[in-house]
Design a protein around this ligand. Structure first.
Ligand code: SF4
Length: 250
């Protein structure tokens, strides 16, 4: 719980002092979110500085790798630049304090939302880990598909379809082969194909939801507290070095 780890508020303040505004304006999600959320006023310092917060969230724990989706690659790249700049300005006993982390992509680096854009709570297009089966099926039913398949008889391409992306992540190789074959030959309809994707998703979610149901509120609070305590210790180890390098009081 970041609100219990005060270092998450301290490091961005320091890193914000050395991050050029131009770097932040170039982050792709800055323009993208402004266009996609036109009804919200995003012309504020907090929104512009959000990547510095993310950089701090990462650098506080000095990781070698950051497991992210493709859409987050630019944020990790910015994190590396911020770390490099910090290390140029400040050293501790002649050595660098903030290691530059590497991106760690999986073989399926993107997970689209139900409208085909990146899955994001801000866009209201998410499939939640807690969604019960009927909700998952309903969301899948309205999910966008390859725009080339206007009619049932039009062939499509799973590589251009967000439902295809879900299949690649969650379906068995046999189902995936049926999807490719059936979509490209117009042998299957999108409704059938979405049903298979929902089957696969439900199978993935069921054991997670089962395990979750076994935890009561007190268990969850205890888990969060343990995690926050551990994170606090690790983050403070980094901050001790950062403050010393910057010659700030401990
Ligand atoms: S058949 Fe499946 S993969 Fe092909 S366009 Fe329809 S939903 Fe997408």
């Amino acid at each position: 719980m970041q609100s219990k780890v005060k270092q998450h508020f301290e490091l961005p303040l320091y890193l914000g002092m050395i991050t050029p505004v131009g770097w932040l304006e170039r982050v792709p999600s800055y323009k993208e979110m402004q266009e996609n959320l036109a009804s919200k006023d995003l012309t504020n310092y907090g929104f512009l500085g959000y990547p510095v917060l993310m950089a701090s969230d990462i650098l506080l724990y000095q990781p070698k790798f950051v497991p992210v989706g493709q859409d987050q690659q630019a944020h990790v790249e910015l994190t590396r630049e911020v770390a490099r700049r910090f290390n140029q300005f400040y050293k501790l006993d002649g050595r660098e304090v903030l290691p530059e982390p590497q991106v760690l992509l999986t073989p399926s680096p993107k997970l689209p939302g139900t409208d085909g854009r990146k899955m994001s709570k801000s866009y209201g297009n998410t499939i939640e880990l807690t969604d019960p089966e009927p909700v998952v099926r309903k969301k899948l039913k309205t999910m966008v598909t390859d725009p080339a398949r206007v009619r049932r008889t039009d062939p499509g391409d799973p590589d251009k379809c967000p439902v295809g992306d879900l299949h690649k992540l969650f379906s068995t190789p046999e189902t995936l082969a049926k999807v490719y074959e059936g979509c490209r030959s117009a042998g299957i309809g999108c409704i059938e194909c979405k049903g298979w994707a929902a089957d696969a998703l439900v199978q993935v979610l069921a054991p997670i939801q089962e395990r979750r149901a076994g935890y009561g509120e007190a268990d969850v609070k205890a888990i969060l507290k343990d995690g926050s305590d551990l994170a606090f210790v690790r983050a403070e180890e980094t901050m001790v070095q950062v403050r010393a390098a910057m010659r700030l009081p401990a």
